[in-house]
Design a protein around this ligand. Structure first.
Ligand SMILES: [Zn+2]
Length: 136
């Protein structure tokens, strides 16, 4: 068993061990922490949906539709997605506290979420021991 601090690896140490599971964890839990996400979602909505006047940003979405083709909007949205790995790493360097990485105390694999207390890899559980999970 390792000390609790080591489960929450500092982001800087994570850079060298960025793997598919870690990337999936970051995508699943921290999409909105990476700059440009809201804009990317506006491109997505503009390319895929008719404008809904109830949207607070309906005028912006209409302007996007007026100025770009659906393919251009999709490309803009895809660009954010393609740049995610690089941008999440840059953001983690600047604000490591915004990206807690919870790992299994037993096997060291990345957990499902920052507040996880169960490992999807080895089945180990650490209920009641994750400091990121508030007591009920
Ligand atoms: Zn494990």
């Amino acid at each position: 068993m390792r000390a609790w601090d080591s489960y929450l690896a500092p982001a800087a140490n994570v850079m060298v061990q960025m793997d598919k599971k870690l990337l999936r964890y970051l995508r699943k839990n921290f999409l909105w922490e990476v700059p440009g996400r809201f804009q990317a979602m506006q491109y997505f909505r503009a390319s895929e949906y008719p404008v809904d006047s109830r949207w607070p940003d309906s005028e912006e979405i209409q302007a996007l539709k007026d100025n770009f083709s659906e393919d251009e909007l999709r490309a803009k949205c895809r660009k954010w997605d393609e740049d995610f790995e690089r941008n999440v790493l840059l953001e983690m360097e600047k604000y490591p506290e915004k990206f807690p990485i919870t790992r299994c105390p037993e096997c060291g694999e990345v957990a499902f979420t920052p507040k996880s207390e169960r490992c999807g890899e080895c089945g180990h559980t650490w209920y009641g021991k994750n400091p990121l999970r508030k007591a009920p």
